[in-house]
Design a binder for this molecule. Structure first.
Ligand code: PGA
Length: 335
């Protein structure tokens, strides 16, 4: 038994400590935990006294954990994971649909995840929800650090660690331009022609960026990147502002539709037929809440498809073609 720590440290102090290390700042930890900054400082002072070694060092205006602080952080993460699982298991035993669901999603999924969570929470109002939206690379990092319960992403991470994936919805990536662009309305535009136009690209670490660059390079081409932007919404505005063409998921057009200021261009090799998956690390101990959400996603699939089909009626035949192509590719590979 860790007799000394049991008598001298509290779980609340460890929670405050964990938040400071994770967020890199006393102020942000205070905000996240709804505490005042003096309370946070006091908790850390008490914890430092109990440990008898400094837990933080100041680097300029930032704080960094010392070596002892890093050891403590690792221990806290493991302890909190075990305690969170215990809470969920007790809730499971009580047979209650209560608890917490933390969902980490790629930027494209923010155009459907909030609606799904809305429906989910109408059925299970007792479940606390948290949604983190970021790019593919950050989602993979979060999965490594076990920061969320389930993830929505475009393609399972390859080679880094094993995951279970559950298909969720199609995620076609389309080439877009401003409504008044001369290529709007043209049929089967060559990729070469597009590569001569100024182009707006997502930031490094984005899955859409990777997928778009892959299509260009598979044809020995490179887009003329005029600008990099870290947000799908900013990209739409930049497209409308005439800064260039771009590749985005069809889902990003859900609210404004495809007849507005942003137009879909008919370009060869597009749309890129990606999919969205719910993902979790293999072997993860799923709570009742996680399992309930996984079952619930089945309910969401039909309305997402209906919404996509009415947004872009051409999608139905494109999806059929892509299914046929995949089936014949598989057949060829077997021979
Ligand atoms: P992104 O992900 O938000 O990283 O661009 C999209 C995807 O992987 O399909």
């Amino acid at each position: 038994m860790p007799d000394y720590l049991i008598r001298h440290a509290t779980l609340r102090q460890l929670q405050v400590f964990e938040a400071i290390v994770r967020l890199g700042s006393f102020t942000r930890a205070a905000e996240e935990l709804f505490l005042t900054q003096p309370t946070v400082s006091m908790q850390i002072r008490k914890l430092t006294d109990a440990m008898g070694v400094p837990l933080f060092e100041h680097v300029g205006r930032n704080v960094k954990p010392t070596e002892a602080g890093l050891e403590m952080y690792e221990a806290c993460r493991r302890m909190f994971e075990i305690l969170a699982n215990l809470e969920m298991k007790v809730a499971d035993l009580k047979g209650m649909k209560r608890g917490r669901l933390r969902l980490g999603v790629i930027t494209t999924a923010k155009y459907l995840a909030p609606e799904i969570l809305g429906q989910f929470s109408r059925l299970y109002p007792g479940i606390e929800l948290a949604l983190k939206v970021t790019n593919r690379e950050r989602i993979i990092e979060r999965m490594h650090a076990n920061e969320d319960d389930l993830y929505i992403m475009g393609q399972a991470p390859e080679g880094q660690f094993e995951v279970d994936t559950f298909h969720f919805a199609p995620n076609p990536l389309v080439l877009i331009g401003p409504r008044d662009h001369p290529l709007v309305g043209k049929k089967n535009i060559s990729l070469e022609q597009v590569s001569k136009e100024p182009f707006i690209l997502r930031e490094p670490g984005s899955g859409i960026r990777e997928a778009a660059l892959r299509v260009f390079s598979s044809q020995g081409l490179r887009p003329q990147v005029r600008m990099e932007l870290g947000s799908n919404e900013a990209i739409k505005h930049a497209v409308v502002g005439g800064l260039g063409l771009a590749v985005l998921s069809l889902h990003t057009l859900t609210l404004e539709g495809i007849d507005g200021a942003v137009a879909i261009l008919d370009v060869e090799h597009f749309p890129i037929m990606r999919q969205l998956y719910i993902v979790h690390p293999k072997g993860k101990d799923l709570s009742l809440v996680d399992r309930t959400f996984l079952e619930f996603k089945v309910v969401s699939v039909p309305w997402i498809r209906i919404r996509m089909d009415s947004l872009w009626p051409r999608l139905k035949s494109l999806l059929k073609d892509s299914k046929k192509n995949t089936a014949s590719r598989k057949k060829r590979a077997k021979k």
